[in-house]
Design a protein around this ligand. Structure first.
Ligand code: NAD
Length: 245
């Protein structure tokens, strides 16, 4: 099979640069185009089989529409989308394969799986808190990964992200309720991405943690997702689908 030709969108960013470096070491893919703000996306799109999009949430909807129109595979790592932007991604997925994941690392996807299992086993007697830490330049909070962890907890407990997640605490906030899911975003230094889910009950506490020390784990996962999507029909997929979890 010919190498899968990639368009890397957000190519001058931290993730874009790492994806290009990892793609150069992988014989199954080539970098047909590297696009950043101000470059001609449409001209570059014609040269590729798949777009890997790690730029800014305001950019993704137009990238998704262009991929749907041109029949290109789309892998989205960008986080922080509004509901309207997610709707545009869903529309594109009706026409082409789209892998949309807040985190492409195998370890974090294992954490997603473990979090669901732990919430099911431990039950409603445990208070739930999610803590994340990222480098000081990260623009959105909480991270897409932390949001997904809270969504998983909410699904298991029959709660909702919008209604039951409590972002930070300040002042006389009163006692914690049984149903709130606490969410805390730390920022500083060059931290690539740490996530911990805390399950706390009377007399015991379980903590599930993942710590990324290199962006290569996300980059390799995104390239793996693009290769996997080559064999898939149109649809919206996540990294759990890619890994068969
Ligand atoms: P970054 O700020 O280093 O890079 C973003 C790049 O996008 C910049 O070079 C910027 O110029 C470019 N950009 C802005 N507007 C553009 C446009 N219109 N067209 C093309 N490029 C444009 O950020 P980063 O650390 O590389 O992260 C990028 C995104 O990926 C963020 O949303 C981040 O949260 C997310 N991320 C996801 C994962 C994952 O596994 N899913 C992992 C790490 C980061």
């Amino acid at each position: 099979m010919n190498p899968l030709q990639l368009l890397v969108n957000g190519s001058r960013g931290r993730m874009g640069q790492t994806i290009i470096a990892c793609a150069e070491q992988d014989d199954a893919v080539g970098v047909a185009a590297a696009v950043d703000e101000g470059d001609d996306f449409s001209a570059a799109l014609a040269k590729c089989d798949a777009v890997i999009e790690f730029s800014h949430h305001t950019v993704t909807a137009s990238v998704a529409r262009a991929c749907a129109e041109a029949g290109k595979i789309l892998v989205i790592g960008t986080t922080g989308h509004t509901d309207a932007e997610v709707a545009a991604i869903r529309e594109a997925a009706a026409r082409v394969p789209v892998v949309f994941a807040p985190n492409f690392s195998v370890g974090v996807n294992t954490l997603f799986w473990l979090t669901r299992k732990a919430a099911e086993i431990l039950g409603p007697g445990f208070d739930l808190e999610v803590v994340e830490m990222h480098h000081r330049l990260k623009k959105d909070a909480p991270s897409g990964t932390a949001k997904r962890l809270a969504e998983i907890l909410a699904e298991v407990r029959d709660l909702s992200y919008a209604g039951d997640v409590r972002h930070g605490r300040e002042g006389i906030v009163g006692e914690r309720t049984d149903t709130e899911i606490g969410m805390h975003a730390l920022r500083g230094g060059d931290v690539v991405g740490d996530h911990t889910v805390v399950f706390a009950a009377q007399g015991e506490r379980v903590e599930l943690s993942h710590k990324a020390s290199s962006r290569e784990t996300f980059a390799r996962g995104a390239i793996r997702a693009a290769k996997w999507a080559r064999e898939q029909p149109a649809g919206l997929y996540d990294m759990q689908s890619v890994l068969g979890l």
